[in-house]
Design a protein around this ligand. Structure first.
Ligand code: COA
Ligand code: MG
Length: 286
């Protein structure tokens, strides 16, 4: 789990000037500027030009800036990468480039050849890609994973269920792969963007599995994501008490402590410190 917060990661269509402007004031930890599926075929090159201009001139503060390009096997993929490459040379601020439908590490090699010096993130949204999650996460250019649950469901022919049972194997496998390699991993979108309770439930599930945050499609979803993926007051208090109990045990020559009837070992202290670091990073952002 990263200290840099990625609780809420908002998609913005690169073609939507109003949303691009609005995003600079929204309470999201990161933005995915989309050139892929949120942009109509007829708008692809306009969106690319507009986005490059925005990334060179607009201040998005502490929000991480991630650009989702079109896949290299489409006619827009290569021009997207070349435009971003030039924009980076001209001082555009881009924290990562998100590659759709990554099936294998070789897909990232091809992108990497066209785009130097920026971390690549991978959309995990094909059955092949999910099966190869471990080798994709180990690719040296990879910074993070974003789950593309709509595309994955389409490919699997799975049904949408509130418990996401059909997604569980893929979600869990991608979390394992990301964590084994120290990468960020962000959960997929919740499509019903006016259904706050449904979103909250799905956020909690993703958080409990180990995701760092959730992708959002609408500003109304940000607060729910931010709340779910931040340590709660109770978690912060418990972490502080665990650290204090463990320190006291150590001072009296014991290797483990007992708090509220539960054992506290050094591994719990690692988690406790991580919770406090995250809380601090989130407080700094607010
Ligand atoms: N990012 C930033 N601002 C957004 C936004 C987004 N993703 N979605 C909506 N807004 C803004 C609108 O511009 C509007 O701003 P304003 O009222 O201050 O002018 C405000 O939020 C309210 O928008 P609303 O009218 O409720 O939504 P809509 O009907 O205009 O749009 C969607 C609904 C789903 C089409 C739109 O949210 C969207 O395009 N989301 C992103 C989709 C996407 O990127 N998909 C690809 C990945 S799955
Ligand atoms: Mg997709």
């Amino acid at each position: 789990m990263s200290a840099q917060p990625y609780r809420s990661v908002l998609y913005i269509p690169g073609s939507n000037a109003r949303a691009l402007e609005k995003a600079a004031t929204l309470e999201c930890d990161a933005i995915i500027f989309d050139l892929e599926d949120a942009v109509a075929v007829t708008e692809k090159s306009n969106a690319r030009d507009q986005l490059v201009d925005v990334l060179k001139t607009r201040d998005y503060g502490a929000r991480a800036r991630i650009v989702r390009v079109n896949a290299l096997d489409t006619e827009w993929g290569r021009p997207d990468l070349l435009a971003l490459s030039q924009a980076l040379r001209e001082g555009a601020m881009i924290d990562a480039v998100l590659i759709p439908k990554v099936n294998a590490p070789a897909d990232l090699d091809k992108v990497g050849d066209l785009l130097a010096d920026v971390p690549l993130w991978a959309m995990m949204e094909t059955a092949q890609g999910v099966l190869n999650a471990a080798s994709i996460a180990a690719h040296p250019r990879v910074g993070g994973f974003v789950m593309g649950t709509n595309d994955l469901a389409k490919e699997l022919g799975s049904r949408d269920r509130p418990d996401r049972l059909p997604m569980q194997a893929g979600l869990g496998w991608c979390v394992l792969a990301a964590k084994a390699n120290g990468r960020i991993v962000i959960d997929g979108v919740y499509n019903a963007f006016r259904d706050e309770a449904g979103l909250a439930g799905e956020c909690e599930q993703g958080r409990d599995m180990g995701f760092d945050g959730k992708t959002a499609i609408h500003p109304a979803q940000l607060e729910v994501c931010n709340r779910a993926f931040a340590p709660s007051d109770a978690e912060i208090t418990l972490a502080q008490r665990q650290i204090a109990a463990y320190d006291a045990a150590q001072q009296s020559g014991q290797g483990v402590a007992v708090l509220d009837g539960k054992i506290v070992e050094n591994l719990h202290i690692v988690t406790a410190r991580r919770i406090l670091a995250r809380a601090k990073a989130i407080a700094a952002r607010n």
